[in-house]
Design a protein around this ligand. Structure first.
Ligand code: JEK
Length: 240
C-alpha cells in the first residue's frame, strides 16, 4: 500500500515514521509520502485560504491550490481520496478494514473551516472520494484525524502486527468491546487476577472473556449491542 498525505503542516505527520508504523515503512510493507500544500502556491504569501462566499466564520481553503497539489500527487495511478471533515461519515473499524485492501490512499488535510467543496466534487469523477469524521468533536484540522486513520489501517496490513490474530480479535471486530486484560503479578496493590484466567480451562476462560465483553459493551456502548445481527448472540450470551 502507498499512502500520500497533503497538508500545510507536514511536521504533524512525523509520528507516522515512528515505532510500529515506522518499522512497517522500513520493511517496505507500506510507502508514505507527505507533501506540503504550499509547494503548489505561486504567490509570495503562499496563500492557501480565502474568505467564504455567503459570509460565515473563518476562512476556506482555495480550490486552485488543492487542485494542483492533488493532480500532482494523484498522478494517473488510481487511489482512494480521503478528506477528513467534521461533517464526514463516521470512520469505523469496518472503514479501516475496507481501506486496508486498497492499493493507494491519498489524504487531503484541511485547515481553517475546511476545503472548498468543489475539490471533493471535481475528484469524485476520477475515483472514490470519502469525506470521513473520526468522531463527534471538532478538531482544528485534518492532520490528527489522518494519524488516527493511517494507524488503524496500517496495523491491519499483513506483516505489520507481530501477532496478526489480535487484529481479528480487536474490539469491534466481533461487534463488541474487548474485556479487561491482565498480566503479572497475580496480586497487585491488593487486587488479584481473576482465578479463571489462571485455571487453564480454555472453555471457561473464553466464556468469562465473552461475558466481560458483553457486560462492558452493555454498560458503555449499548448501541453496539443493538447493531449486532440477530444470530450474533448465542444462547449462553443471551443468558448473560
Ligand atoms: N475527521 C475529522 C474531524 C475534524 C476536522 C477535520 C478536518 C478539518 C479541516 C478543518 N477543520 C477545522 C474545522 C472546524 C470547524 C468546522 C465547522 N465549521 C462550523 C461553522 C461553519 C463552517 C464549518 C469545520 C472545520 C477540520 C476538522 N474535526 N473533528 C473531526 N472528527
Amino acid at each position: 500500500m502507498r499512502i500520500d498525505v497533503v497538508t500545510i503542516f507536514p511536521g504533524y505527520l512525523a509520528p507516522l515514521r515512528e515505532a510500529l508504523l515506522g518499522r512497517a515503512i522500513e520493511a517496505g510493507l507500506v510507502e508514505l509520502g507527505v507533501h506540503d500544500l504550499r509547494d503548489w502556491t505561486h504567490d509570495v504569501h503562499q496563500a492557501v485560504d480565502d474568505s467564504p462566499y455567503g459570509g460565515g466564520p473563518g476562512m476556506v481553503m482555495r480550490p486552485q491550490v488543492w487542485g494542483e497539489a492533488l493532480d500532482a500527487v494523484l498522478g494517473e495511478e488510481p487511489a482512494r481520496l480521503v478528506v477528513p471533515t467534521p461533517a464526514g461519515r463516521p470512520f469505523t473499524q469496518a472503514t479501516a478494514q475496507a481501506w486496508a485492501a486498497e492499493e493507494r490512499l491519498v489524504f487531503a488535510c484541511g485547515r481553517y473551516e475546511g476545503i472548498d467543496q468543489r475539490v471533493v466534487d471535481a475528484y469524485a469523477d476520477r475515483g472514490p472520494v470519502d469525506e470521513v469524521s473520526i468522531g463527534d468533536y471538532v478538531l482544528v484540522g485534518g492532520e490528527v484525524a489522518v494519524l488516527v486513520m493511517v494507524e488503524a489501517v496500517v496495523r491491519l496490513l499483513p506483516g505489520v502486527l507481530g501477532n496478526p490474530v489480535s487484529a481479528q480479535e480487536d474490539s469491534f471486530s466481533d461487534g463488541l468491546l474487548e474485556g479487561p486484560a491482565y498480566t503479572r503479578p497475580v496480586s497487585w496493590r491488593g487486587l488479584d487476577v481473576p482465578d479463571v484466567l489462571r485455571s487453564g480451562n480454555h472453555a471457561a476462560i473464553a466464556r468469562w472473556r465473552r461475558d466481560r465483553a458483553l457486560e462492558r459493551t452493555a454498560a458503555r456502548r449499548p448501541d453496539l449491542l443493538d447493531a449486532l445481527p440477530p444470530d450474533a448472540l448465542d444462547r449462553a450470551d443471551r443468558a448473560f
